[in-house]
Unconditional design. Structure first.
Length: 327
């Protein structure tokens, strides 16, 4: 569907499409090796650019992995998080997306692919491939990425505000939000393990440290020593300081995140909430007991599941020439 460069021109049609097609992890039209004939070196090109970026800017690993999450949970995995708005009303302008970095890296990948195979590889697929390559670059296992997504034409800030799961979510909200996207409780706990790399602004968890119930208290489910450490890093109303989500392992994709949760050192309420469900807790216990024997494999499978949410394939959407704007 061709759209003008103004987002609202296609909004009615796009919203109608959303109501007709549930936002679930279906993924029809996706397959491993989608570009094998049209752009056989596509995945190698992405991997090469990411290798270069990581050699000079390893701190981008977390934000670039998270970018794929934030794209898929709003409108599905169709690249809408990458779009710019002339009035700053796109998804990337929403407060939950202010911590995303690495848009220039996505543009760099897109430029390389356009040079090799003009008009072939979608920005939505680039996000999925970059996420996989970030996992590998930081010590995780590789997994096959299904490709064949096409790019959406609409990006609305308020949708990101409403649809992205907040770090304050409890287990009931987490399970419901994953379920409505066709993802399982196992997917929830496995994908939470992505917090093993990257950082967060103090503002995402400061209420747990300074004003949990509105009375100037701390969250009683947090370890007291951890609270003291967080207070040293984050002063009240701090909006800029970054804190490691997995202290001491922020640039290594490993299973240490799961060690933190039962020690009551999960940074977000949504991390601690994983102890409040028998299935998620059992998975954490298993990874601790076995040294993460299944986590890397499970993470790849859950990323593939997430990558199927609300995709556009076939003749739907478009393949953008530039990831930040519609054709």
């Amino acid at each position: 569907m061709a759209c003008s460069k103004l987002f609202l021109s296609c909004l009615l049609v796009q919203l109608t499409f959303l109501f007709l097609v549930p936002e679930v992890a279906h993924g029809q039209g996706l397959k491993v090796g989608f570009y094998q004939k049209a752009c056989p070196n596509a995945e190698a090109i992405v991997k090469g650019v990411i290798h270069e970026v990581m050699s000079v800017a390893p701190s981008l690993s977390g934000p670039l992995l998270r970018m794929h999450f934030h794209d898929c949970f709003v409108r599905g995995c169709e690249g809408s998080v990458l779009l710019n708005s002339p009035t700053n009303q796109a998804e990337k302008n929403a407060i939950p997306n202010q911590s995303l970095r690495g848009f220039q890296t996505i543009d760099r990948v897109k430029t390389a692919l356009e040079k090799a195979c003009p008009g072939i590889v979608s920005c939505a697929d680039i996000l999925a491939l970059v996420a996989r390559d970030m996992v590998v670059a930081t010590g995780g296992f590789s997994y096959d990425v299904e490709t064949g997504r096409r790019d959406g034409n609409v990006s609305i800030m308020n949708e990101a505000l409403n649809d992205l799961i907040p770090p304050t979510a409890n287990i009931t909200t987490l399970k419901a939000d994953f379920a409505k996207r066709g993802l399982s409780v196992k997917d929830l706990v496995v994908l939470s393990g992505g917090h093993t790399i990257g950082t967060s602004h103090c503002s995402s968890f400061s209420n747990r440290v300074y004003n949990f119930t509105g009375k100037g208290d701390a969250d009683p489910t947090l370890d007291s020593n951890y609270i003291a450490r967080l207070k040293l890093r984050c002063k009240p109303n701090d909006q800029t300081t970054l804190v490691e989500m997995d202290p001491g392992s922020v640039r290594t994709f490993d299973v240490k995140y799961f060690d933190l949760i039962p020690k009551r050192r999960g940074l977000f309420t949504s991390d601690s909430a994983l102890l409040d469900d028998s299935e998620t807790k059992a998975y954490i216990d298993l990874q601790i007991k076995t040294g993460g024997s299944t986590f890397f494999k499970d993470f790849g499978e859950s990323m593939v599941n997430m990558g199927r949410i609300g995709v556009l394939t076939g003749t739907a959407g478009e393949v953008r020439k530039v990831c930040s704007k519609v054709n």
